[in-house]
Design a protein around this ligand. Structure first.
Ligand code: SAM
Length: 365
């Protein structure tokens, strides 16, 4: 059974003095400087050249005084290098933050930038208990942008995480709410015999198809457009990967999704969940997971973050057994203690011999 003490490593930061409180509420300053730099395309314009403040200010159409103070702070944060009045990009600035570099992760940066304006309106959601703009329907464009943002968010961690998740003899994997399919592609790359399916809404699947078309492993990927909060999941699978979706739904909705997932798993199949779990008895830590719940208040009708033990209870009620955390190396995790697995009773999918003596993956029933 799940115990919240499994993850006793949670960092607890408490504000006890006025000075600590003041420092915490002044924490907006550096983020605002970093976002201003993104807003004026500073890292892209600097590129791999060295610039004096005078020429850079002209190029960016900014005041030299303003740029001086902005760049000095960016240099003190380490994202620019300064020598006299000449500035260069750091390695980070020249790559992931530079729109002209292949490693640019701009779609994710744009999503975070847009959150600034939303978080300023937090009191509105605290008053109403409703997401901001809850009366504005979700547009296809927004869904596509969000899906690209999810790809840029996970393209480095997905291979690192899937390298540590052993699928055994599983032949089929469903990436439920898989969005851009970044995880599905990482699983396929690591497991050459695996076939995977991404299940999501149509605009997200369009993006997933574009991304998969540039990968060799993408040939083993298929797609199911579906609203799995309302409809049952077609097909059966050896593994369902459910990453960063749990927090979008209420406890009741999650319980219904778990029942659908169980029905869509073969005997012995596994549901592997990745999310911003809370690990202490009161549901406060890790603080990052508590803070993530604020985003759910701002952007979802019913979403929240949940303790690992309440999630385990829902899994048990849905008929899962063998509920346990999956350890992931520190520094390669998406969330601290963020992966749990649960199994459908029955023998695990295994290799069986074909008539010619070669072996072939089948699901044992
Ligand atoms: C936060 S993203 C996570 C994407 C990916 N699994 C990851 O870990 O990066 C949540 C995804 O779940 C999808 N999703 C949420 N609820 C869904 C539903 N009821 N039916 C289909 N897709 C859904 C969203 O469209 C989105 O692509």
């Amino acid at each position: 059974m799940v115990s919240s003490s499994n993850w006793g490593c949670c960092v607890k930061s408490r504000l006890a003095t006025f000075d600590e409180f003041r420092d915490a509420i002044s924490g907006y300053r550096l983020p605002r400087v970093l976002l201003a730099a993104l807003e004026v395309d500073l890292f892209t314009v600097i590129g791999d050249r060295a610039w004096t403040l005078t020429t850079l200010a002209k190029k960016l159409k900014l005041s030299e005084r303003g740029l001086n103070i902005l760049c000095r702070n960016l240099a003190s944060a380490g994202v620019l290098h300064k020598r006299g009045c000449v500035y260069r990009n750091s390695r980070l600035g020249a790559t992931a933050l530079n729109a002209n570099h292949p490693a640019y992760r701009g779609d994710y940066l744009n999503l975070i930038r847009s959150h600034w304006a939303d978080w300023i309106r937090l009191v509105e959601s605290v008053r109403s208990g409703l997401p901001l703009d809850h009366d504005v329907p979700d547009s296809q464009d927004h869904r596509r942008q969000f899906t690209w943002a999810m790809h840029h968010r996970t393209l480095e961690i997905a291979p690192a995480i899937t390298a540590q998740l052993h699928l055994g003899q599983a032949q089929t994997l469903l990436d439920l709410g898989g969005g851009p399919g970044t995880y599905a592609l990482a699983f396929l790359t690591k497991n050459p015999r695996l076939r995977a399916t991404v299940c999501d809404r149509e605009p997200a699947l369009e993006v997933a198809k574009e991304i998969a078309s540039t990968h060799k492993a993408g040939r083993r990927l298929s797609y199911i457009p579906l609203d799995f909060s309302k409809e049952s999941i077609p097909g059966t699978y050896d593994v369902i990967w459910y990453s960063n979706v749990l927090h979008l739904y209420s406890p009741k909705e999650n319980q219904a999704i778990f029942r659908r997932a169980r029905t869509a798993l073969n005997p012995g199949g596994r549901l592997i969940i990745q999310d911003a779990f809370l690990h202490d008895h009161e549901g406060l830590y890790p603080s990052e997971s508590s803070l993530f719940a604020v985003s759910m208040l701002l952007f979802t009708e019913q979403g929240n973050t949940y303790t690992a033990s309440e999630t385990a209870k829902w899994l048990k009620q849905a008929g899962f057994v063998g509920i346990k955390p999956v350890p992931i190396r520190k520094g390669t995790e998406d969330w601290e203690g963020g992966i749990w697995e649960a199994s459908v009773p029955g023998p695990r999918p295994r290799m069986i011999a074909t008539q010619k003596g070669s072996s072939k993956n089948r699901t044992a029933r």
